[in-house]
Write a protein that binds this ligand. Sequence first.
Ligand SMILES: O=C(O)C(=O)Cc1ccccc1
Length: 287
Amino acid sequence: MSIMKKMGVLGPLGTHSEAAAQYLSRLLPERPELLVYPDIFAVIQSVEDGEVDSCLVPVENSLEGAINITLDTLARSADLFVASELIWPVHNQLMARPGTQKICRIYSHPQPISQCRGYLQQHYPQAELIKVASTARAAEIVAQEPRGMGAAAICTERGGELNGLVTVAKEIQDNMANATRFFELCRVTAAPHKPVGPAEKMLVICEIDGQKAGALYDVLKEFADRGVNMTRIESRPARTELGAYIFFFDLEVADNEAALREAVAAVARKSKWLKDLGSFPVVRANP
Ligand SMILES: O=C(O)C(=O)Cc1ccccc1
């Protein structure tokens, strides 16, 4: 009998992350059991600690940009690779306890609060916006608040329903093309599962000497000279000193394996350190 694989996600039940993980898990060779954690740092830690075999964490949203906690944790981790990327459409609902009259406090994860900024300014300009660890946690808090306090959550329909909330307004994100990229992360030391498709992208993280003129240009030139297409660049403070930065490069994997390998090796020589987080397939969800 094989032991069931485990996948960590941001909880409690009913988050966008859980919905995305349910979708991805159906495509995997072995469907994992989902385990929920209270914040993204704890989710990634659970893979590093071997409590779970993998995790699914958000990395970037089409309206709001990078999810810094994921990038910072990936930069510091020595032990993880990206097994797949999932592009997940995000639908935000405004939900409250039945009978809620005047909404004056709105809870959610920081990303949906930003994704719905236009709607909130138009309909609830006076409401206090309260950022919590996840959308499902927001629904839980609203369910526990005394009646008549005017609390609402921006959450998934399932997150609200699991907590007895009803929909006040549907699809309140400012742009209907709102999507989030998630990474499925696994431990390098664990046996990898069969990839869900051919490799499309590669993630490389490195620290470049911020004091040297043209240092970033020199690195980008290594990709450009070899015709390697960079699909994303992101930077985060290295957290060592002011002005030191870590760069995240998404590179396209095509029929360019040798060129890609050479470019990454050349960039490694120009970096303080470089980590190859692997080449991975991209799943575009159509739930
Ligand atoms: O809070 C959630 O539901 C999450 O899973 C985090 C999140 C928030 C917004 C977009 C994608 C993931």
